[in-house]
Design a protein. Structure first.
Length: 273
């Protein structure tokens, strides 16, 4: 696929996906959605890639839906995603039916996704960040659900996800008010894992964290742990979680990653997964 709205690069086991419409503050379009999914699929299928970073070009992460697209919805008398279903890649699909939806597909990926929020993340931009597994941001990045000021409902399952990330009370505040919060406040809420003063510091940390995951943690462990986390969010049954984890332990202890992890631990050396 020829990439116009998204950039893709892979190095040292880490793929970086860059939303690349800086003059529009990386506003989301159907083209960007199509390319983003294609890039995720590429990273998912590349055996050399162990972790994914998502960030924005220029001074924004993603300012939400493009204003021209919003006007187009009005002209067409309803929502038009601007995508061709036949052209959409399906990264993360096939794991659980609940994950086979827009953005929920992140939960079916086998590789961790790290959002490096280098500037404003609004509307669908915040949705994208929330579906990442880890979120780092510059301290003054502006975050907002934004839908309320456009007369819209919460987007893409954010009403399900945000309360699970930061609790019902805080999520209700952000979802009802669409107020702008800085990433520093987002860190206090638990929405952001860590904040940084500059974009350079942010990207350096995000890359270091991604490479740590890529080199020090077994891919099988990340794959299964991700699936445990998001499956447990669905059923909320501790007993089922225990039973499933025991079944996974029994299976994974027969696999090469476990043998290598134990050998490395005993021999006091870095594992070679």
């Amino acid at each position: 696929m020829e990439l116009k709205a998204v950039g893709y690069a892979a190095d040292l086991r880490v793929a970086t996906i860059t939303l690349n419409r800086p003059r529009r503050l990386n506003a989301w379009t159907g083209r960007m959605h199509t390319e983003y999914r294609w890039c995720l699929q590429r990273a998912e299928e590349d055996e050399d890639v162990r972790a994914v970073i998502v960030t924005g070009a220029g001074r924004a992460f993603c300012a939400g839906a493009d204003s021209a697209a919003l006007e187009g919805h009005i002209e067409k008398g309803g929502y038009d995603p601007g995508t061709n279903a036949a052209e959409l890649a399906t990264p993360g699909y096939g794991v659980r039916p609940e994950f086979d939806e827009n953005f929920a597909y992140h939960f079916g990926l086998t590789k961790p996704v790290i959002a490096a929020i280098n500037g404003p993340a609004a509307g669908v931009g915040l949705v994208l960040a929330c579906y990442a597994d880890i979120r780092f941001a510059v301290t003054d990045a502006k975050l907002t659900t934004s839908h309320g000021k456009l007369g819209l409902p919460a987007e893409y399952g954010l009403s399900w996800l945000l309360p699970r990330l930061i609790g019902v009370s805080r999520a209700t505040d952000l979802l009802l008010s669409s107020r702008v919060v800085l990433a520093s406040e987002g860190e206090q809420m638990g929405l952001i894992n860590s904040v940084f003063q500059t974009t350079d510091e942010l990207l350096e940390h995000a890359n270091g964290y991604a490479r740590m995951l890529a080199t020090q943690v077994a891919p099988s462990s990340i794959r299964e742990t991700k699936r445990q986390i998001y499956a447990d969010l669905l059923h909320g049954d501790v007993g089922a979680s225990v039973r499933e984890s025991e079944a996974l332990l029994n299976r994974i202890m027969t696999e090469p990653d476990f043998r290598e992890g134990v050998r490395a631990f005993v021999e006091k050396r870095p594992p070679e997964f």
